[in-house]
Design a protein around this ligand. Structure first.
Ligand code: ZN
Length: 245
């Protein structure tokens, strides 16, 4: 599905599933995920040592192990390079604006982790602060990682991220964004628990994005406490977006 969706090219991407407390099933390195057979899959222990399989384990195993260690609720991980979301990651722009209600429910926001060299501990270190709170992370100048309660759920989050990136791109092409109002956002966050498979603790999205998401939604609520519905005009200045009410 990753290959057919165009989320990966050549030998890109990797997937894993937690089999039990001691073992993970993971894809091999140097192989098209579109041409992979079950016998190509590897089993490792929780330190990344090969337990079963003829091939070499993906070089991104460190990222997978870190997520499993930090998130006992996570059973599967997908890493890919979908075009539009990776474009945002390469532009230094997080997908952290509340533009689509179902993305707010499912993922909250999709933060941007700083660049880390693939296949090194540096990459895992850049993701570490974000893993506890988010189920989908943009990796600067690289791609996207998503994870969930099973492989299907982790893959669906990858589709959602890419779809949302495309929608966000369209709003940028139109030159205007109309984020969800404060009150409507609160209702969506409260509704999260009613949706199957949604257990993300991801914080609320923000109105203005500056690449690191530091401008908070709460700061956009006027002093009288009345929620407003700003229109955001997009005027790129480097990677920044200026907010105009
Ligand atoms: Zn990658």
């Amino acid at each position: 599905m990753l290959h057919l969706s165009g989320f990966i090219a050549a030998t890109d991407g990797n997937l894993s599933v937690r089999l039990d407390e001691r073992r993970i099933l993971i894809t091999p390195t140097g192989m098209s995920k579109g041409a992979m057979r079950p016998s190509d899959l590897m089993i490792t222990d929780m330190d990344g040592r090969r337990v079963k399989g003829k091939r070499e384990v993906t070089s991104e195993i460190g990222m997978h192990l870190l997520i499993y260690r930090m998130r006992p609720d996570i059973q599967a991980i997908v890493h890919a390079h979908p075009r539009t979301a990776t474009g945002f990651a390469a532009a230094g722009i997080a997908l952290n604006q509340p533009l689509v209600c179902e993305v707010v429910i499912g993922l909250g926001q999709i933060p941007l982790a700083p660049y880390g060299t693939p296949g090194t501990p540096e990459l895992a270190r850049t993701l570490e602060p974000l893993i506890p709170d988010y189920d989908a992370i943009l990796m600067a100048n690289h791609g996207v990682v998503t994870y969930g309660s099973d492989l299907r759920c982790a893959y669906m989050k990858m589709e959602t991220v890419e779809h949302f990136a495309q929608i966000t791109l369209v709003t940028r092409m139109l030159g205007q964004q109309q984020p969800l109002a404060h009150g409507d956002l609160k209702k969506l966050i409260a509704a999260r628990s009613r949706y199957m498979g949604v257990n993300s603790a991801a914080p609320m999205p923000v109105y203005s994005a500056n690449g690191n998401g530091s401008a908070g939604f709460e700061s956009q609520v006027p002093a009288n406490g009345k929620a407003h519905r700003p229109r955001t005009s997009l005027r790129p200045r480097g990677s920044a977006i200026l907010l105009e009410n």
